[in-house]
Write a protein that binds this ligand. Sequence first.
Ligand code: UDP
Length: 236
Amino acid sequence: MAKYKRILLKLSGESLMGKQSYGIDTERLNEYARQIKEVHESGVQIGIVIGGGNIFRGLSGAGKGFDRVKGDQMGMCATVINSLALSSALGAIGVKTKVLTAIRMEPIGEFYSKWKAIEAMENGHVCIFSAGTGSPYFTTDTGSSLRGIEIEADVMLKGTRVDGIYTADPEKDPQAVKFSEITYDEIYTRGLKVMDLTATTMCKENNLPIYVFNMDIVGNLKRVMDGEDIGTLVHN
Ligand code: UDP
């Protein structure tokens, strides 16, 4: 039996780059698709949010002179590109998907609603929620918190390239120690950069646990669903 019945999986756009410095690495994309298929076949209902950092981020655009709101809209479009890529990769291996967009853009995807999403997941589709929240000044982490809460997911699984939350950045500090679990409050008091504060607060206030794990190791999504302790659980 899988540990969770309905999950919201957050994938970062940056991870989709794989070994590249920009865009989509098809090898990484296909690995993600196979991992998702493996879990989907066990009957788990899956909603996915993908970032857009491999293509465009509003904040870095603003640093180069772009209007912030237009830059964020470009970032949201980047998440749609990634969502279509993942939908295509899943379709190629026989997984039914539905791309829902936070901004109207039929026929690229249907306009998001909670009930549309739940109905599609109950009918065996993997739902991909694209364009974040649809509003500027937010991130896809906040988009995932929002969608996770709305679809009544049991957990938000945050797939990263690190295997959990550490006392410091493990890529910079070799003394950093990993948490098996941690509270939202401890994240604030220790100033840990797990997600932005808006996203973390939404999860805290609505009791949506977050599980941070390394999605770039093939098989890890299944391991999380099997209840293996390979990452960090964030809870109240
Ligand atoms: N974005 C936005 N509103 C949202 C979600 C995303 O404006 O609700 C924009 C924002 O510019 C962000 C970009 O889309 O920088 C890509 O998303 P994010 O940085 O979260 O991607 P990730 O870091 O996960 O790759």
